[in-house]
Design a protein. Structure first.
Length: 71
């Protein structure tokens, strides 16, 4: 993964995820983190990072494709 995407995750995507964790999905995040052994929490964070970055990139690609279809 590019250094830019890792920087972008740390500075933009992760703060957005923290806001979500304070909203309606907080119970689900708490349930997962409470039942997961502490040794696996870094793995969960890395999976969350990977998924969030790729979801963002999918949104960018989809938006670019839709913009040409909207003409």
């Amino acid at each position: 993964m590019s250094d830019f995407m890792l920087w972008f995750y740390e500075n933009y995507i992760q703060p957005q995820l923290c806001e979500i964790k304070e909203g309606e999905y907080v119970d689900y995040f708490v349930s997962v983190t409470d039942h997961l052994p502490d040794s696996l929490l870094p793995d969960l964070r890395k999976c969350e990072e990977f998924t969030a970055i790729h979801a963002f990139l999918l949104g960018v690609r989809t938006g670019a494709g839709l913009s040409s279809a909207a003409r």
